[in-house]
Design a binder for this molecule. Structure first.
Ligand code: PGA
Length: 253
């Protein structure tokens, strides 16, 4: 059974609020006429653009997500953004534990678990990111790392929780080095197996996105894999024509 693909863009710390309307105009143009029953679309945008993006995203039925959240509902955490603040402006999805958050902001398996737990408690859908570094892969530790990262997440979810996993091999992010279709499938099947061991049929409905140098030229091969249910796209989501092309191709599989 193939799950409905989710094509998610992650703008990271790029673009400007003033450019958001034109982005969605171009995305609307690039996705005109495609069968939206066949693909879900999401964009994770910088916090200052959330409201503008949410307004314009309606034109292309895209979900707007934030790129990270704090696990506490409020308090003395200068610079952070809480889940109730996001809910208050109508945001219902977030990325959690992106490798750049793990690498540059000391996010760990336990903080990723705490954020995942809070998101689910507040009915925010988390896209939780996992993935091994190049050194870990070369040392033959891919499965060990993925199991450790997944165990931390699975400790805080339940059999009926609504969440998404993004497998992003760190060595393929922003490097132009996409994992081969077979490498992606192997990791995705492993992750789904870990979920199945603990939660049985949850594994069948869980969407596992692949991330790392995805673009329109490689999306079809990735989505043809049995356990690849979409993509998390960084650099190639900044150009709405290219992102729209990727969405269109995903809708025609
Ligand atoms: P990339 O980034 O598509 O630019 O490799 C992917 C990601 O970090 O989500």
């Amino acid at each position: 059974m193939k799950r409905k693909p989710l094509i998610a863009g992650n703008w990271k710390m790029n673009l400007l609020n003033s450019k958001v309307p034109a982005y969605f105009t171009a995305l609307e143009e690039a996705t005109r006429g495609i069968d939206r029953q066949k693909v879900d679309v999401l964009l994770a945008v910088p916090a200052p653009f959330l409201t503008t993006a949410r307004e314009h995203a309606q034109r292309v039925q895209a979900i707007i997500a934030t790129q990270t959240i704090h696990d506490k509902a409020d308090g003395a955490f200068t610079g952070e953004i809480s889940i109730p603040m996001l809910q208050d402006i109508g945001i219902r999805w977030t990325l959690i534990g992106h490798s750049e958050r793990r690498q540059f902001y000391n996010e760990s398996d336990s903080s990723v678990a705490a954020k995942t737990k809070s998101s689910l408690a507040f009915d925010i859908h988390p896209i939780v990111c996992v993935g091994e570094t190049r050194g870990e892969r070369e040392a033959g530790k891919m499965e060990e790392v993925l199991r450790r990262q997944m165990d931390a997440i699975l400790d805080v979810v339940e059999g009926n929780s609504e969440f998404t996993i993004a497998y992003e091999p760190v060595w393929a992010i922003g490097t132009g080095l996409v994992a081969s279709d077979a490498q992606a499938q192997e990791a995705h099947a492993f992750i789904r197996g870990v979920v199945r061991q603990k939660f049985g049929s949850l594994a069948d409905r869980l969407r596992i996105l692949y991330g790392g140098s995805v673009k329109s030229s490689n999306i079809q091969g990735l989505l043809a894999q049995a356990d690849v249910d979409g993509a998390l796209i960084g650099g190639a989501s900044l150009d709405p024509a290219e992102f729209g092309k990727t969405v269109s191709l995903a809708s025609s599989i």
